[in-house]
Ligand binder design. Sequence first.
Ligand code: MIG
Length: 717
Amino acid sequence: MITRYRFGTPIETDTVPRKPDPATGPVRHLAVHLPGEPVTASEQEKPGGEAVNPSRGEAGPAANKQADKLFFTCPLREADIVYGLGEQMGGINKRNAVYTSRCMDNDLHTEDRRSLYSAHNFLVVHDTARGGRTFGAFVDCAGIVTFDVGETRRDELVITLDDPDADLYLIEGADPADVVRQFRQLIGQSYIPPKWAFGYQQSRWGYRTEEDFRDVAERYRTARIPLDALYMDIDYMDDYESFTVSPERFPHFDQLVSEMRAQGVHLVPIIDAGIKVKPGYRVYDEGVAQNRFCKDEKGEDFVCGVWPGHCHFVDVLDPDNRRWFGEQYRALLDRGIDGFWNDMNEPSIFYTEERLAEAYALVDELRNGELDLTTYFAMKDAFGALSNNPADYRLFYHTVNGRRVRHDKVHNLYGYNLSRAAGEAFERLSPDKRILLFSRSSMIGMHRVSGIWTGDNMAWWSHLRLAVCQMPNIQMCGFLYTGSDLGGFGSDTDEELMVRWLEFAAFVPLMRNHSASPRAQELDCFTCTDTMRRIVELRYALIPYLYSEFVKAALAGDLYFKPLSFVYGDNGRTERVEDQLMVGESIMIAPVVEQNARGRYVYLPEPMRMVRFRALDDYDVADLAAGDHWVDLALNELAIFIRPGHLVPLAQPAQTTRDMDFTHLRVLANVGAGETAAYTLYDDDGYTRAIDVPEHFHTVTVENGAASCPTKHMELF
Ligand code: MIG
């Protein structure tokens, strides 16, 4: 059951396509503290609900509550687990930390980061004790929201809205999986990319010329490692101008696109949010002439510094500007491009002239003196705080329904609407074929037209582990197509981390190796390239299953990656497992995320069949009982655990998904003698926009030791 409560007059976010009528009366589960209202013991029991606010005096967190904000609080019991919040730091269970939804270009994802690039204001509070309550809360607003999930007080959840205008949705369900399903129904169907986006993809901030792309493609072919896409980072552009291609470095761009296409490799260019201020640059000229940009205090086009130097930001909160911005993608679509990644759309600001002037003034003042403790740090901070300074987000304005709105009030809507502009344009400009799109910044709502990647991680073991935990929480918020930079974006990777990361990423929808560290990270740069090739081949073998599970999850509003308890319920163990995931309906994975490990403990909630691959045709099988097992996993071993009565269809890998045969499949089964099992396989041509049609669903059956399917050639693996 979903109930909507309205507070104040929120700005429309378009996150919920069909809103239920707002309810009146008390809010169940959460105590509400309206702006200006003192927090007193009388808040303790809200009629008709179980919202309890522990009584307290002026001391404690209540005293910190500011009068102009809106708060929701809820006691946390020992057995409660909190899921959700999408792209944030921490574990699957979000307890004992604070998270702030404030889209930020934070390039150092340390444990203490409270904000990453996205604003995903949905969480589930689940009491794992018998008969406990389970509910979801979705805060639908444009402003900054902070979730103190028991950091300040272990026994209390406090949700703080900087701006007291919001819709609050409360979702009651039987269990977390049910709450998430209802929430996903509310926010609408998740974006589905083309099938080639499930292939292996190679990126690096450093490919500069068309020769670089030919070289990488050729190296993958020489090493016989499957590859579906190469990514073009900002250096392909002419002077960092979005939607342009450098004529010097890419003199034969169209030829490059078709050469790559002939090999089955898609080129995926980056698009940056900042539009360079440069008369003669078409997008700039048109944007100025048609009044498309955000304004400063004086009503002039707002200027700040990003990659290209001085930039304007398109006011994408206006539907007409959104349409105009979306049209810009045509320049590249017309040249055969069918995938994009949208970067810097928090939007990231390197500097503004206002902040720079302050810093220069300080330098001038201090130039000839001797720096002491105070002045040294003042100077350091003046430059250190130039980027993404909250003060700069107060310097510019949007027009929302004819009303001028300062950016900081709607900051979290920016990246969402920029990528929405692209996604909505693709539906017009490419009505027959799905276009690949993922974004760095996002808000719930954007999940209908785009995926996300998790930004600038590091080649750290902790970030491999983080990627495992982020996946299910991001997907709960609607973003099914997601992934982290494989191998780590910053800092040099090592061979072992790279292999272990590949073994996990083999199951991640967006399997993209991206980096900017000095060490090259393409898979032919390592001594264990053979192992890496075999892992990528296993990924390709799994594509029929992964794609099928992905599309079915999108259609059903379900998850592709699930925490174990979403399948098995709570048994005192399942709900505490954070380093194993369910992938679709048939498989559990238990990736190695520890340096120098040569195996790990794996918890099995039910008896499962372990298939431990060294390669597609080199594996061993063991039927394991429910419970804890030590599993040896040499560096070149990747294990999957198949649920009883379940099937996993496999294809023969090829160098690209285009070259794969999806009509002749084999099926891995965990089906006992005399038993029957069935699997619904989703498959299509890989790009059609008509997804949910009966011909795309195939029934695979295993019985009497044989596999069959009326519409595909099927053999037992
Ligand atoms: O300020 O385009 O997260 O993936 O390689 C850095 C260069 C801008 C940040 C993205 C990263 C990309 C990089 N970009």
